[in-house]
Design a protein around this ligand. Structure first.
Ligand code: FMN
Length: 330
């Protein structure tokens, strides 16, 4: 008898339309942070899929060559969701068709950005003030596109917390999943995310719900999942400087040497992707977070972050970590 047992492939955690997703923790789209270098690092560590930073539909339509880098990904990162935003259904459709040529797995519509310039112009969370427009957008996109369409929402605008209406509209007009950030526009990124609202959406619609807001530890991942019943948890700020959260490893458990190695890898990937100068420049805000989590004296952190180039930064980084290791006796 054959003693070799055939192991069956793992079952997907959930599906976005026809796209299987393996895993239940996802890096949030974050303008200025979740670029390709960081997305690829988080995906390799366990983020179940990748969302690109948002991009304005108008820019996609008018000058795709200039913004194409935002949508870069490698095959091993699939599933990849491209996120776009806008206020005009025709323009959003045109942009979606344009980005679809780059073969994403999913196209996601941002309905959560609270920035005044965007929201007051009727895009981002401003779109939640025009639910009928959302219906039109999802109906048309889901009919025309070859990939599933998803939406990322907040709870609403000011006192009009119409997230349940909007969630139903998305689900009933062909949307394949919804991410709910449990805050209103007014709250920005302050206050506490309302997980009860995420649970309400989960109970209301039959498409997958990705819960988002205030998950900053491994324990929080389980807490949000249990509390809301959501299919997956999306992590934004809690993942900056701590990509290991996707491997379900708490901050305190990461050895110093691993932090040091990760910073070098992240910087190197940034420089490959953007070129040395820009890559180093953009890396510094990530470096700030890696270093903050190591509780370095402020002066040393500033000294590191004000190094004029990557080689100066890396030399001082080596010195700093050697000192820390000696102090900690590791
Ligand atoms: C710097 C920054 C940039 C962001 N950019 C985007 C974006 O491009 N698209 C989007 O849908 N949400 C964006 N967000 C919102 C996050 O995806 C997420 O909904 C929010 O940070 C709440 O999750 P958290 O509590 O885990 O950070 C951004 C948030 C931050 C802090």
């Amino acid at each position: 008898m054959d003693s070799v047992q055939q192991s069956s492939p793992p079952a997907p955690s959930f599906w976005i339309g026809s796209v299987p997703v393996y895993g239940d923790v996802i890096l949030a789209p974050m303008d200025g942070f979740s670029d390709w270098p960081y997305r690829s690092i988080c995906r390799a560590l366990g983020s179940a899929m990748s969302f690109t930073e948002f991009m304005r539909a108008e820019f996609v339509v008018q000058a795709f060559e200039h913004v194409a880098a935002r949508f870069f990904f490698r095959e091993e990162e699939r599933p990849v969701a491209f996120q776009i935003y806008g206020d005009d259904p025709d323009e959003i459709l045109a942009a979606a068709l344009r980005v679809q040529e780059k073969r994403p797995d999913v196209i996601d519509i941002n309905m959560g950005c609270p920035a005044r310039k965007i929201a007051h112009a009727g895009a981002g969370v401003g779109l939640m003030r025009t639910p009928l427009k959302i219906a039109r957008i999802f109906r048309r996109l889901s009919a025309v596109l070859q990939v599933p369409v998803t939406g990322k929402i907040r709870l609403g605008w000011e006192n009009c917390r119409n997230y349940k209406l909007v969630a139903r509209i998305i689900a009933e007009n062909g949307g394949a999943a919804i991410t709910v950030h449990g805050r209103t526009r007014e709250q920005g990124y302050g206050g506490q995310a309302d997980w009860d609202a995420i649970a309400e959406v989960r109970a209301l619609v039959s498409i997958p719900v990705i819960g988002n807001g205030d998950v900053s530890s491994v324990a929080d991942i389980e807490r949000m999942k249990n509390y809301t019943g959501c299919q997956a948890v999306m992590i934004g700020r809690g993942a900056i400087g701590h990509p290991w959260i996707f491997a379900r490893r708490e901050r305190e458990s990461i050895p110093l040497a691993e932090v040091w190695e990760m910073m070098r890898l992240h910087l190197q990937r940034n420089m490959e992707f953007y070129g040395p100068r820009k890559g180093y420049g953009l890396f510094r805000k990530h470096a700030n977070r890696y270093l903050l989590l190591q509780n370095l004296p402020r002066q040393r952190r500033i000294q590191l972050l004000t190094q004029p180039d990557a080689s100066g930064f890396l030399a001082l980084l080596d010195e700093t970590f050697a000192e820390l290791e000696t102090r900690l006796g590791v």
